[in-house]
Design a protein around this ligand. Structure first.
Ligand SMILES: Nc1ncnc2c1ncn2[C@@H]1O[C@H](COP(=O)(O)OP(=O)(O)OP(=O)(O)O)[C@@H](O)[C@H]1O
Ligand SMILES: [Mg+2]
Length: 250
């Protein structure tokens, strides 16, 4: 088994508040890993460590080893190259107020791709990969903000794909979507894992069961239990996991 991420003895503080305790976690490549657990337990915090989004938070102190393909994310990899390799999609669409085309072409342009034919090709491929091409091929020059919420979320995924990442981090990508758009994003995850590693935070346990190969259950800044999704949901070893997935708290 080859791991995309290996996290070893990680602890994280926001100032004097400790948000993550003794995290050890391996994320296999080309699979979907779900992070579940009650609000405030550290899911987004750990997700953001994987592409160093926490660097922007003043007072945030990260300890331990975070390896991407065996390379140390905090010591060996340059942050711009890391962010290109590890893309992120947030809870709410954060498209730029520009055309659909320019949103997708933005990343490739910053990385030096200027030729129109090449950009056209990237835009079309990514929109197709994100299962949104048919809905926007006739309006590429129109504002991305004119698309529906569900369409905007798939555009965010297309934009993340445009810089050819290896990993896509998703923080509750469907929490603001209707059931049909949610299913589209879920189908997309299942399709994308053929080429990418996906780590997704979700409050929706059915969603974790539908799409995740493995699931990690967080509580109070610790990973209480991690394993194959089916085992976590059908035969949790930990009492707290059992109570959480049984709906007794959360
Ligand atoms: N920038 C920050 N500064 C200080 N504390 C923070 C910061 N971000 C998060 N925290 C705290 O760290 C803890 C973990 O937060 P985090 O956002 O990782 O939780 P979460 O599991 O993603 O919750 P939710 O399901 O509500 O999104 C919380 O107690 C939160 O208040
Ligand atoms: Mg969160």
């Amino acid at each position: 088994m080859s791991y995309k991420f290996e996290i070893k003895d990680a602890n994280l503080h926001y100032g004097s508040f400790q948000a993550l305790y003794d995290i050890n976690l391996d994320v296999p490549q080309k699979q979907v890993m779900a992070f579940i657990g009650p609000s405030g337990c550290g899911k987004s915090t750990l997700l953001k460590c994987l592409n160093r989004m926490n660097d922007l938070v003043e007072g945030c102190n990260v300890e331990g080893d975070f390896l991407l393909d065996g390379e140390d994310i905090y010591r060996d990899i340059e942050v711009t190259s890391l962010r290109k390799r590890v893309g992120m999609v947030f809870q709410k669409s954060n498209l730029f107020p520009m055309s659909i085309y320019d949103n997708i072409a933005f990343g490739p342009r910053t990385h030096g791709i200027k030729k129109k034919a090449e950009l056209d090709e990237i835009v079309e491929t990514c929109l197709k990969q994100a299962a949104i091409w048919d809905e926007c091929k006739d309006r590429l020059k129109k504002s991305a903000l004119g698309m529906s919420g569900g369409q905007q979320q798939r555009l965010c995924i297309a934009r993340a794909l445009a810089v050819k990442p290896e990993v896509i981090l998703m923080d509750e990508p469907t929490s603001a979507l209707d059931p049909i758009s949610t299913l589209k994003v879920e189908e997309l995850c299942t399709e994308l894992k053929r080429k990418y590693t996906i780590v997704i935070v979700t409050h929706n346990m059915q969603q974790a069961m539908r799409i995740a190969d493995r699931t990690a259950f967080f509580l109070h800044g610790r990973i209480e239990e991690e394993g194959p999704t089916e085992r976590i949901f059908n035969n949790p070893h930990n009492e707290k996991t059992r109570e959480y997935i049984g709906g007794q708290f959360g």
